[in-house]
Design a protein around this ligand. Sequence first.
Ligand code: NAD
Length: 199
Amino acid sequence: MTERIAIVTGSARGIGAATARRLATDGMAVAVLDLDEVACAGTVKEIADAGGRALAVGADVSDGAQVLAAVERVAAELGEPTVLVNNAGVIRDNLLFKMTDDDWDTVIGVHLRGAFQMTRAVQKYMVQQRFGRIVNLSSSSAERIGVSFDVFQKAAAERIPVHRIGQPTDVAHTISFLVSEDAGFVSGQVIYVAGGPLC
Ligand SMILES: NC(=O)c1ccc[n+]([C@@H]2O[C@H](COP(=O)([O-])OP(=O)(O)OC[C@H]3O[C@@H](n4cnc5c(N)ncnc54)[C@H](O)[C@@H]3O)[C@@H](O)[C@H]2O)c1
């Protein structure tokens, strides 16, 4: 079977790292892309130690020139990418009247401009190979104000139908399905990984 090349943005840690490890286990070569290339080394080593192929790439997804250079490097050193997981994210949660213009620009820059830049840079390889998978991560809002994180997690778990909070691997396994060879008829969907229905 063809070895697919995947790029997972924001994969130095958290959900991105879990996704990169999972896609490598699935047999893909994975570009571990994050702001700081050195910070990607841990995820890359875990993949390599498990027998997989991975490349650490430092880039800011909101910067067009860095994105182009990063994707070209992935194509040259790992292979032409046809799987893209736009996972890089930042949190600037605040009351509306306290949110600064800079906070707004940062969130829009990473989540929207970043996903746009990455997708535009990768899509030519998808067209050439007549195969492509793009997964964009988003978030439902969390109300954390005034409570400790442990209290917040416990309260959240009680409200969730399966009575636990989600783990990075829950998201990674879902992404694994969405980018798989057989999932090509699942397209344009919003899938909640939330332990129950959201509306
Ligand atoms: N953790 C949650 O509860 C949760 C829930 C729903 C959705 N999400 C979404 O999942 C994604 C990952 O969440 P997480 O909890 O693993 O986050 P995290 O903060 O642990 O990791 C995000 C990664 O993105 C990287 N990053 C930030 N800005 C970047 C940029 N400009 N260019 C490249 N990399 C950049 C960071 O360096 C970091 O390694 C985010 O998009 C987030 O909105 C998270």
